[in-house]
Ligand binder design. Structure first.
Ligand SMILES: [Zn+2]
Length: 215
C-alpha cells in the first residue's frame, strides 16, 4: 500500500495545482491513498467549499484511488479558536512544525489535540529533538495521545534522513507502537519526488510500523 498523506493544492497560498491534478498524478504514480492537506490559514472561512470539493473528488476517483480530506494546521502562531467549527467532513488533520521555536507550546498543542475527533498527526516534526526540548519521551506522549507521526519526503527536513540511517530511532518508533504516515508535502507537481515517496512507504512496510489510522 502506497500512501501520500500530505499534499497542497490551489487552496493553499503556496500550492500550484488543482486537487484533480494532484490526485491524477498520484494515480499515475501508483499511489493507493492520497490525502489533500491544504493550509488552514489559507482556507479560512472557505473550509466548507474545500471539504465539499474533496468530497466530490472522493466520488470522482472512487475505484482508482482512495482520496482523504485532510487539513494542515499551522502552529506559528497558534491557530484560530474558530478552526474546530465546520470540520466534520475531514478525515484527519496534521499539525506542522511543532519543533520550531516559534510554534505553540507543546502542552498547548496536546490540549488542542483533544478538540479533534478525527485522527491527528504531526507533520515534519523532529520528535527526537522535541524529547530533548521538553524533557519527555515524545514517543510515549504520541502513543498515549493517539497522535501519528509523518515521514516527510519533500527533502526539506533533515530529521527524516537522520531517521533513515538511525536504527535506534526506528526501533523507538516501532517499539512505542505509534502510527507512521508518509507525506510528499507536494506544493507543485514539477517538484514531485515519486522515488522518495515510494522508498518511505517501503520503509514503513519493512520496519513493521503501525499505520497512522485506518487508511
Ligand atoms: Zn505542508
Amino acid at each position: 500500500m502506497i500512501m501520500d498523506l500530505h499534499n497542497h493544492t490551489i487552496y493553499s497560498y503556496d500550492g500550484q495545482n488543482s486537487p484533480e491534478q494532484i490526485i491524477e498524478n498520484a494515480i499515475n504514480n501508483g499511489v493507493d491513498v492520497i490525502g489533500i492537506t491544504d493550509h488552514q490559514f489559507s482556507i479560512g472561512e472557505g473550509i466548507g467549499d474545500y471539504i465539499k470539493k474533496l468530497t466530490e473528488c472522493k466520488a470522482k476517483y472512487s475505484g482508482q484511488i482512495k482520496v482523504l480530506a485532510g487539513l494542515e494546521i499551522g502552529t506559528r502562531p497558534k491557530p484560530d479558536d474558530l478552526l474546530t467549527h465546520d470540520i466534520a467532513g475531514l478525515d484527519y488533520v496534521l499539525f506542522e512544525s511543532l519543533d520550531d521555536y516559534r510554534a505553540m507550546d507543546f502542552y498547548e498543542f496536546v490540549s488542542w489535540r483533544h478538540r479533534f475527533d478525527c485522527p491527528v498527526g504531526l507533520a515534519h516534526c523532529d520528535i527526537f529533538a522535541m524529547s530533548d526540548m521538553y524533557g519527555v519521551d515524545m514517543t510515549e506522549v504520541l502513543k498515549s495521545e493517539n497522535i501519528f507521526w509523518e515521514l516527510n519526503t519533500s527533502g526539506h527536513y533533515s530529521c527524516y534522513y537522520d531517521f533513515l540511517t538511525n536504527k535506534r530511532k526506528r526501533d523507538a518508533i516501532r517499539n512505542a507502537g505509534i502510527g507512521v504516515s508518509v507525506g510528499s508535502d507536494t506544493h507543485a507537481l514539477f517538484e514531485y519526488r515519486a522515488a522518495q515517496l515510494i522508498r518511505a512507504n517501503e520503509l514503513v512496510e519493512a520496519e513493521g510500523f503501525k499505520k497512522p489510522f485506518n487508511v
